[in-house]
Design a protein. Structure first.
Length: 412
């Protein structure tokens, strides 16, 4: 989500410029009235375009999200995604409190989902609906985002995120677990694999990495080396968001109201046309979440990398690669899939960075096939306990996304 944070800041500056231009036109109209007071009225009336232009620009600055949302998003019946359900607070060793939601059979194997930076667990709405009839789906807000509370010392790192994830894995014991991470969530899962190798192949039987990278995300965006060369400038700008958080928050909300944030998320995050609710959910999340927390997380990502550790992550892995992803280029996911000994890549040609939302059916069908394979023993046990018929073993959906080979991955 690093590049989306940059888009968001640029959108906020443009939105602020539109507001300032509107105020400038209105101010110039009043000034001209004073200067032209001694002249005929028709001369004054000829300058009223300044007043109307200024009023229109100010109206767009505060009401633009309504028409923008209609133009950029498709109508759908997923409005319920904007309403968060009940959950519980889980304390971490570093003082954060995580808001955790669970759905699905309590005795079933567990899928733990880790969302992208700047967002919250609400983005897993489709995954919960599609997968919780079979498995227990656990989603949570990363520390400091959504309904979760920040760390006691307000410091952020991928290691801490991995430690938080370990706390949730421990809560699932003795059930088997698959970890699913999108963007920084995928980075968190990889960090978990590096920090807790003793869990791999035992309690954690597989990982799913969605539109993520293995190194500083500035290096793996569509802007490539050009953006990486600006890192000495980007870091101080991120720190400004920490020091000037109230001002940054006001700018973000003004950009949200004007619809500029929606524009940035639509063209920076989605490869296809999202639903109105999806676009609103993402835009609302990046606006509501603390600019200081988001900035600290972005800085932490710039200081992170697991490239050399990937060959030691010996666990079944499914790696999603978005063909239209501007935030994380395909090469990043392909490198992960090539370096991890038991990884397979799933290429989703139309997916942008927010592919798990916009093309949820394709992503979740592949996850279901993967989970059915690595959870075979646990899933059958859960079915027996719940009095259900075993799930069919044949692949779901189109085989091109993830051709399962039975027995390809051990369950122990």
């Amino acid at each position: 989500m690093m590049l989306l944070s940059i888009y968001q800041r640029l959108a906020a500056l443009i939105s602020l410029a539109v507001l300032a231009a509107g105020a400038g036109f209105i101010w110039s109209w009043f000034r001209l009235r004073e200067v032209l007071a001694a002249y005929p009225d028709d001369l004054i009336d000829s300058q009223e375009w300044r007043l109307w232009t200024g009023g229109l620009l100010i109206a767009v600055s505060f009401l633009g999200r309504l028409p923008v949302g209609l133009l950029l998003g498709e109508r759908s019946d997923d409005g319920a995604r904007l309403v968060r359900g009940p959950g519980e607070m889980v304390d971490t060793q570093d003082g954060a409190r995580l808001f955790v939601e669970q759905s699905g059979p309590p005795d079933a194997p567990v899928l733990i989902f880790v969302h992208g930076w700047g967002l919250d667990a609400g983005v897993w709405w489709e995954a919960r609906r599609m997968l919780s009839d079979r498995y227990q789906v656990v989603t949570y807000d990363l520390a400091g985002l959504g309904r979760s509370k920040p760390y006691r010392d307000r410091r952020y790192s991928l290691d801490r995120f991995a430690d938080d994830l370990m706390a949730l894995v421990s809560r699932a014991c003795p059930r088997k677990v698959i970890l699913v991470g999108h963007s920084i969530g995928g980075m968190t899962v990889q960090t978990f694999c590096r920090r807790y190798p003793e869990t791999l192949g035992r309690q954690v039987v597989g990982v799913v990495l969605e539109n993520t990278t293995h190194t500083d995300p500035l290096r793996t965006t569509a802007l490539g080396e050009g953006l990486e060369s600006l890192e000495p400038v980007i870091k101080p700008v991120m720190r400004l968001d920490v020091w000037l958080q109230p001002l940054a928050w006001l700018m973000n909300w003004q950009s949200y109201l004007s619809g500029m944030t929606h524009l940035a998320m639509r063209f920076g995050g989605f490869g296809t046309r999202p639903t109105k609710a999806q676009l609103e959910q993402v835009s609302r999340a990046v606006t509501r979440n603390s600019p200081a927390v988001q900035a600290k997380g972005n800085i932490a990502m710039m200081e992170w990398g697991v490239t050399e550790d990937l060959p030691q992550m010996r666990i079944p892995a499914l790696v999603f690669v978005g063909g239209s992803d501007l935030v994380t280029v395909a090469q990043a996911g392909e490198t992960i899939a090539r370096r991890m000994p038991q990884a397979r890549a799933v290429h989703v040609g139309d997916a942008g960075h927010l592919g798990p939302m916009e093309l949820a059916d394709e992503y979740n069908a592949a996850i279901a096939r993967f989970a059915d394979e690595v959870f075979t023993r646990g899933a059958r046990s859960a079915d027996a306990a719940l009095g259900r018929e075993p799930w069919p073993s044949e692949p779901l959906g189109e085989p091109r996304a993830f051709p399962v080979t039975p027995g390809a991955w051990p369950n122990d």
